[in-house]
Design a protein around this ligand. Structure first.
Ligand code: GLN
Length: 541
């Protein structure tokens, strides 16, 4: 063990919760240590807002609850939220931006359900994490507040749209973060940064208070360093919420308990005996990067050693999921983003003529290029005359893609393959070519369109010079509400491998400790700068 700061930073959710519960250190101490680490790694661009005063106040409450014997399962564990979840500004001092200039400094009057539930479980909110604007993107380069860097290689993207969440967890700034996944935004950044992330079945986590992108696809989920940590977080985040009309009417589940539940007939050496893992031919095309193929094959061989049977299956419409998703998601986005009109909330142009002019200038100024592109595509495919040709056709294909999965699930329990065709690319490499970004989503989109749970589990690292030692994720897709089985499988793999334990070599610069009061003063001052002038300027008192 090195210094206490890095010792705390190295702990995952389960270990931190245990250490705090046993009194090895307090939540306040853990919070202070992580705040120092966050401050030291502003180069990553992972955080959009940090409020040390709010974080320390929550940590003190957690420490009190422990003394009073009222501690929840995640009591005192610090984490942070993707800035797509609204956070009550009056309570937390944390603005909500969705990575957009349109919402710079927006003061939400309430917390998202996922945020509320994690706080009720005892977590401490450290701040808000950078993301692609309105969660549209695969590299985090679409954020209005600057890109996020991949802690494994600062010249590379962390993936997107939950890039800030992934980078912060991978760099050991926080043990876990929330993310959202509409077409891969939890799984792909998890894969690019070597962490574990799960997108549950559509409807498991409430969408209430998640800034909407494509409502029929948007799902929240945890991003952490292990399947066990994801299980703990998902148990707290999920469950029916009457405030979300598409919330699944199912009770919250204890996913952590399921991790250790033995499969019938399994042995200690072969915990996955009897599990059939389907490998879709279409997920292993010739064009798959050799680095990704090798790591994924390695993880599959490991799963086989653990008792699983590998079977060949087919998802014949995999390629079609790209045009289908890039019609449906923009269609829904164009409708959802209609609310940003300069009247109800967010940015309003300073100078305008009549009402129409105000709408136009506000939206021209507030939205970035990718968001505008999607609004235009979405409006086009929903317009009279094109609706049948594009939108309706896409909906029909979406149903067929979902049906293809059900055919597979007659032959296997879990589907496995790569998360993305390559490792994380260099910043700027695909920035001018939206289609290149879209194509890279090929393996995550099918499960999103079908509403199925999917996760990314660290599978290894690129061995080639081109791959530069970047992490590779294995994707596991389960049938509806089979999150427990996905997490169980990933946990078994993580008991037998150590890819998920590896940390990027770029470590936080050593920071000298200070008194809590001093540190909190420093942090607030520096953080408001980081939150950007615009943001803090526009928060109305
Ligand atoms: N990369 C996909 C997109 O740009 C998925 C984004 C997401 O899941 N939020 O739409």
């Amino acid at each position: 063990m090195s210094s206490p700061v890095s010792a705390i930073a190295d702990l995952g959710v389960a270990a931190l919760a245990r250490a705090i519960a046993q009194g090895q250190f307090s939540s306040v101490e853990a919070t202070q240590a992580l705040l120092r680490g966050i401050e030291a790694r502003r180069d990553l661009g992972a955080f959009l807002a940090v409020n040390p005063d709010f974080a320390l106040a929550q940590a003190r409450q957690a420490d009190q609850r422990r003394v009073q014997g009222q501690a929840g399962p995640l009591n005192g564990v610090p984490l942070a939220h993707k800035d797509i979840f609204v956070t009550d500004f009056a309570a937390s001092g944390l603005p909500t931006t969705a990575g957009s200039k349109m919402l710079a400094g927006y003061a939400s009057p309430f917390d998202a359900t996922v945020v509320t539930r994690l706080q009720q479980a005892g977590t401490v909110t450290l701040g808000k994490l950078n993301c692609d604007e309105f969660a549209m993107g695969s590299s985090n380069e679409n954020s209005a507040f600057g890109p996020v860097r991949n802690p494994w290689n600062l010249q590379r993207v962390p993936g997107g749209s939950s890039g800030g969440s992934a980078a912060a967890v991978a760099a050991r700034l926080i043990p876990a973060a929330t993310g959202t996944d509409t077409g891969g935004s939890i799984r792909q950044p998890a894969s690019f940064t070597g962490i574990t992330g799960i997108k549950p079945t559509y409807g498991v986590c409430s969408r209430y208070g998640m800034v909407a992108f494509a409502s029929s696809l948007d799902q929240a989920g945890p991003m952490a360093r292990s399947a066990e940590d994801c299980a703990l977080l998902l148990s707290a985040m999920g469950g029916f919420d009457e405030r979300d009309a598409t919330s699944a009417q199912r009770p919250a589940q204890d996913y952590a308990a399921l991790l250790h539940a033995p499969r019938p007939g399994a042995t200690a050496a072969q915990p996955l005996l009897g599990l059939r893992i389907g490998l879709p031919t279409e997920f292993f095309p010739a064009a798959l990067s050799a680095d990704v193929a090798a790591a994924v094959r390695g993880a599959l061989a490991e799963l086989h050693k653990l008792g699983a049977t590998l079977v060949d299956v087919t998802l014949p419409r995999t390629e079609l999921s790209i045009p289908v998703y890039y019609l449906i998601a923009p269609a829904e986005a164009s409708s959802n983003l209609g609310r940003f009109d300069g009247v109800k909330f967010g940015h309003r142009a300073a100078q305008y003529g009549d009402l129409m002019d105000m709408y136009k200038k506000t939206r021209a100024e507030g939205f970035g290029p990718e968001v505008k592109r999607r609004i235009m595509i979405g409006t086009y495919v929903l317009s009279h005359g094109y609706y049948d040709a594009y939108y309706l056709q896409a909906q029909k294909l979406r149903r067929m893609i979902a049906d293809d999965f059900q055919v597979c699930f007659q032959q296997c329990d879990i589907i496995a393959g790569p998360v993305a065709p390559t490792v994380a690319w260099k910043l700027g490499d695909k920035a001018d070519d939206p289609v290149q970004n879209y194509l890279a989503d090929i393996f995550t989109l099918p499960a999103s369109l079908a509403g199925l749970p999917g996760m990314s589990v660290p599978a290894g690292f690129a061995a080639s010079a081109e791959g530069a030692g970047m992490p590779v994720g294995l994707q596991l897709i389960g049938n509806y509400f089979e999150e427990g089985q996905l997490l169980h499988t990933a946990h078994a793999l993580q008991q037998a491998t150590d890819h998920h334990l590896r940390a990027p070599a770029v470590q936080p610069a050593p920071v000298s400790g200070g008194a809590a009061g001093e540190m909190s003063g420093q942090m607030s001052g520096q953080t408001s700068g980081q939150t950007s002038g615009q943001a803090s300027g526009q928060v109305s008192a």
